[in-house]
Design a protein around this ligand. Structure first.
Ligand SMILES: NC(=O)c1ccc[n+]([C@@H]2O[C@H](COP(=O)([O-])OP(=O)(O)OC[C@H]3O[C@@H](n4cnc5c(N)ncnc54)[C@H](O)[C@@H]3O)[C@@H](O)[C@H]2O)c1
Length: 267
């Protein structure tokens, strides 16, 4: 990317997983900044609502299907007349351990959380090179340190997203494209709520108490709101981040900075 950057903020953006908590907050944030948007998700009904709230074009698609992603990107480029920002929030906490019975769910976790991003990157990068644009992928603290119990595939996929981000940044930097990843800890969305519901049931506590329990040793003592993660995306996709590429922005209230063996010393 040249300096000064070609644009201060996203103008022509594609957001995946846009029916979800983080994706919809990101769509609202970019729309407020004046971006023209195409939004996609497998959940047509919730996607339609996000599109009508933000003025975006909704293109529902299965983001783990290579052909569907090819058609999606072609439609987005036709609609917007190009692409300068792609934010790939699509993800799903597909459970399963290291167990022969969980091989199918392991593969599905990789398809949704990793392979879909790889297919997407291959389709959008030539357009981002033409605009000196930026790609933001979604990892998780599960990709930095071990994810929760029963999350073998999710953890492996999110760790691989970090590797893919750095590799794409290296490969596409000379073409003027920046590629970064956001690494949230728990965010108050449907995805986190699945884990919290499980914890609440096991401990016989409310959902709110489960959120508080999960954050008990996180330095900021709370989970993130989707808008806080959308703000990270907006920064990474903006001209303010013109020298930032291959970066993994950890937005977890400090959770991954804590050595688990020291939590017993917390006051
Ligand atoms: N919420 C958290 O606690 C948390 C923590 C760390 C990382 N993340 C990551 O943040 C990103 C956003 O998650 P979120 O919290 O907004 O969850 P969410 O469940 O609210 O949103 C995820 C969206 O992805 C969509 N999706 C799933 N499979 C799809 C497919 N095959 N094709 C198209 N769309 C599909 C879902 O329909 C959903 O709308 C994800 O990549 C997630 O892994 C979330």
């Amino acid at each position: 990317m040249s300096y000064p950057p070609r644009r201060a903020k996203p103008e022509l953006a594609l957001i995946t997983g846009a029916a979800g908590g983080v994706g919809s907050a990101t769509a609202r944030r970019l729309a407020e900044g004046g971006a023209k948007l195409v939004v996609t998700d497998i959940n047509e009904e919730r996607l339609a609502k996000v599109a009508s709230d933000t003025g975006a074009l909704a293109v529902p698609a299965d983001g783990s299907d290579r052909e569907a992603i090819h058609a999606l990107v072609a439609r987005a480029v036709e609609e917007l007349g190009g692409l300068d920002t792609v934010i790939a929030t699509q993800g799903a906490a597909i459970g399963g351990g290291a167990n022969p019975k969980h091989v199918d769910s392991y593969h599905r976790a990789l398809d949704v959380n990793l392979h879909g991003c790889f297919y997407l990157a291959g389709e959008v990068l030539p357009h981002l090179a033409a605009s000196e644009g930026s790609l933001v992928l979604f990892a998780s603290t599960a990709g930095l340190i071990a994810g929760p119990p029963g999350a073998a595939g999710y953890t492996a996929a999110k760790a691989a997203i970090i590797g893919l981000t750095r590799w794409l940044a290296r490969d596409y930097g000379p073409k003027g494209v920046r590629v970064n990843a956001v690494c949230p800890g728990f965010v108050r969305t449907a995805l986190a709520e699945g884990s919290m519901a499980h914890l609440a049931e096991r401990e016989g506590i409310s959902l709110e108490e489960a959120y508080a329990l999960s954050a008990a040793h996180v330095p900021l003592r709370r989970v993130a709101e989707p808008e806080e993660i959308a703000a990270c995306c907006a920064f990474l996709a903006s001209g303010d981040a013109s020298m930032v590429t291959g970066h993994v922005l950890v937005a977890d209230g400090g959770g991954a900075a804590v050595d688990a063996s020291t939590v017993a010393f917390d006051g």
